[in-house]
Design a protein around this ligand. Structure first.
Ligand code: GTP
Ligand code: MG
Ligand code: ZN
Length: 304
């Protein structure tokens, strides 16, 4: 018997990396169930498992620190576990080619808060930006750092800002997310050239829109640690937010909400709302408040 980490799953087969760095192709032992959740896959990337090195069978799943999940479809009660034991989540964004909407950033960060996974922003393609774009980069950095999120500004192709990212990823399991075309695969190739992932391909763009079941892969980094490359917000697993709880996932809104007159204030139209006051006084960034309202009123359906 050996312990290892699942680094790839294709539904029935699992690639398990042991602690000496050797990989084994394993299957699951008989009926393998995780109590509590009905999932299409009982074991996911990031899982720590015990496996039989002769039979190549996974016999036990170690307790998880966390896991992210998505419903297989709107009507289905079955869920897919996307990944387990995630230490942090990095969202790669760009100001142009493509331009990432701030609401997308805020939905991602709120989801990370709901999972209690520390989240960071990576603003890529800094080599492309004109003065106006650079002003926006500075603004985004200011707004999110003030809330408490780490923000990195990089150009992967010019190899600028990459060593800081490298240290931040060391010995951690990191979920890497971001819209198609922002440079996730390019970044991973930069961090580990042996990966030679496909970049900038047209077919990648097409796959984005489809609701196909995909199994993400964990990519090992030479300096230790793993990165899980997942597309978009669906890759993160979309949470069914409880309406009354959404503002808990906007840290700066949550902080001032104790000053609202009503303890169950949703910060919409209630009188004497400390959140709306903070927005009016520019203590809370208006676009963050807008994102909050958007999730409150529309939920997450549009990203499912
Ligand atoms: N100018 C510039 N282009 C970049 C940079 N990083 C990546 N690119 C380009 O952006 C395009 C998309 O990069 P990918 O790495 O394929 O993007 P991705 O995020 O993996 O996209 P999907 O796999 O579709 O989700 C490629 O043509 C890259 O060469 C950068 O720092 N500057
Ligand atoms: Mg890619
Ligand atoms: Zn309020």
């Amino acid at each position: 018997m050996k312990q290892g980490t699942v680094i790839k799953s294709t539904g029935s087969r699992y690639k398990v990396l042991d602690d000496e760095g050797i990989t084994f192709e394993c299957v699951l032992k008989g009926r393998f169930r995780v109590s509590g959740v009905r999932t299409t896959n009982p074991v996911a990337v990031g899982d720590r498992v015990t496996f039989d090195t002769d039979e190549l069978v996974i016999v036990e799943l170690s307790p998880r620190k966390n896991y992210i999940i998505r419903r297989s479809s709107n009507l289905s009660r079955e869920s897919q576990i996307i990944a387990a034991n995630i230490d942090q989540a990095f969202l790669v964004i760009t100001i142009r080619m493509p331009s990432t909407p701030v609401e997308f950033i805020d939905r991602f960060l709120a989801t990370a808060e709901a999972y209690r996974i520390p989240a960071f922003l990576v603003i890529n393609k800094s080599d492309l930006y004109d003065d106006k774009d650079k002003d926006l980069v500075v603004r985004i950095k200011e707004v999110y750092e003030k809330i408490g999120y780490g923000v990195y500004i990089v150009s992967v192709t010019k190899n600028e800002g990459i060593s800081v990212i490298e240290s931040a990823l060391m010995n951690k399991i990191t979920l890497l997310s971001g819209n198609s075309g922002v440079g996730k695969s390019t970044l991973l190739n930069r961090l580990n050239p042996a990966l030679s992932l496909r970049t900038g391909s047209i077919s990648d763009y097409h796959e984005q829109g489809k609701h196909i079941t995909t199994f993400p892969e964990m990519h090992p980094l030479p300096s230790g640690g793993f990165v899980i490359d997942t597309p978009g917000i669906r890759g993160f697993g979309v949470i069914d937010f409880d309406r009354n709880e959404i503002y808990h996932f906007f840290p700066e809104i949550f902080r001032v909400s104790s000053g609202c007159r009503y303890h169950n204030c949703l910060h919409l139209n209630e009188p004497d709302c400390a959140v709306r006051r903070a927005v009016a006084e520019a203590e809370i960034e208006p676009w963050r408040y807008k994102s909050y309202i958007s999730i409150l009123l529309e939920g997450n359906e549009k990203y499912r």
